[in-house]
Design a protein around this ligand. Structure first.
Ligand SMILES: Nc1ncnc2c1ncn2[C@@H]1O[C@H](COP(=O)(O)OP(=O)(O)O)[C@@H](O)[C@H]1O
Ligand SMILES: NC(=O)OP(=O)(O)O
Length: 309
């Protein structure tokens, strides 16, 4: 029986600008093809904060120059990011597989993720997005009810909530594609955040943390492995001190302990641990791996990466 993996692609595996993204996904697609060659069924999710920031600027600032301009809410910007990132990934993965004489349909499911309107995250936004604003522009954003944060010496940036993913709306479609052994890109950028209002879904002005959405996707697709591809081969404890140590194979209990001791960056490494622990506590006997895209093959073979069991 095939193993099922959910992969989360971070900034290094995905790239940021259009040309950068096309170059990065070509390399990442090789790593994904390695996994498929090893017999994995693969679902992929990815970052999108830089991309959604660019789309938001394009739609809401330069868009005004178009006579039929209407503002684009954050949820629509998220959907757009899923579309073009998915398109680049589809092309790159299809090609990497064809070069190895393999064929799989690769598709992107525009995915909505339900969030809780009472999530604390709506009161304490953490996802920094878009270009730098000057003080006057920042004041205008605040007047519109948007949150803005100052980066000393650089200017101001929009900041939006990163609520927890509660459920994946299109989960049955994603599962059907995986069951058919097809490659699926889903819950990109953490999914398009939506609020459930009776039986309607309403886009939320937020960006879900992609690592947490990947954990939810792994849980809901009953995956064997959650593989988070980031910029480091292994996670460190006591990072930057003379006690620095790389983590290899650790238990959930150990992972929780390190988390509580505060070894991980709050907005970068910590969500990867939260996602891994949440998945492993709900699906016993599975594995979470945190490593870089160029070490994924060795990591699934147990030779490198930080592996949480
Ligand atoms: N304990 C840690 N061990 C390794 N890297 C860490 C740790 N804490 C924070 N980091 C930082 O987390 C970064 C990866 O997170 P992030 O940049 O958000 O990645 P991604 O875009 O891949 O999700 C690393 O480049 C590193 O600087
Ligand atoms: N959605 C999301 O978590 O994106 P980043 O990884 O780019 O912050």
């Amino acid at each position: 029986m095939k193993k099922r993996a959910v992969l989360a692609l971070g900034h290094r595996a995905l790239g940021i600008t259009l040309p950068d993204q096309q170059k990065a996904v070509t390399k990442t697609a090789e790593a994904i093809a390695d996994l498929i060659e090893e017999g994995y069924q693969v679902a992929i999710t990815h970052s999108n904060a830089p991309q959604v920031g660019m789309i938001h600027t394009a739609m809401n600032e330069f868009g005004k120059e178009h006579q039929d301009y209407t503002a684009a809410p954050m949820s629509v910007c998220s959907a757009m990011s899923q579309g073009y990132i998915g398109y680049d990934l589809q092309k790159a993965i299809r090609e990497a597989l064809l070069n190895r004489g393999l064929y799989r349909t690769v598709s992107t499911v525009l995915t909505q993720v339900i969030v809780d309107p009472y999530d604390e995250a709506f009161y304490t936004p953490t996802k920094v997005l878009g270009r730098y604003l000057n003080a006057e522009e920042a004041a205008k954003e605040r007047k519109k009810g948007n949150y803005v944060v100052e980066e000393p010496g650089k200017g101001f940036r929009r900041i939006v909530a990163a609520p927890n993913p509660v459920a994946i709306v299109e989960i049955d479609a994603i599962k059907a594609l995986l069951d058919a052994d097809q490659v699926v890109i889903a819950a990109g950028g953490g999914g398009i955040p939506v609020l459930e209002q009776e039986h309607h879904l309403k886009g939320a002005s937020a960006v879900v943390e992609k690592d947490l959405a990947a954990g939810k996707l792994a849980e809901e697709t009953d995956a064997d492995e959650l593989i988070i591809l980031t910029s480091v081969e292994k996670v460190k404890i006591h990072m930057g001190t003379d006690r620095e140590e790389q983590l290899e194979e650790i238990s959930v209990e150990e992972a929780k302990g390190y988390m509580e001791e505060g070894h991980f960056g709050v907005y970068n490494m910590l969500p990867k641990f939260r996602a891994s622990i949440s998945f492993l506590e709900k699906r016993e006997g599975r594995r979470a791996i945190i490593t870089s895209f160029d070490h994924v093959k060795a990591a699934v073979q147990g030779k490198t990466g930080t592996r949480i069991l």
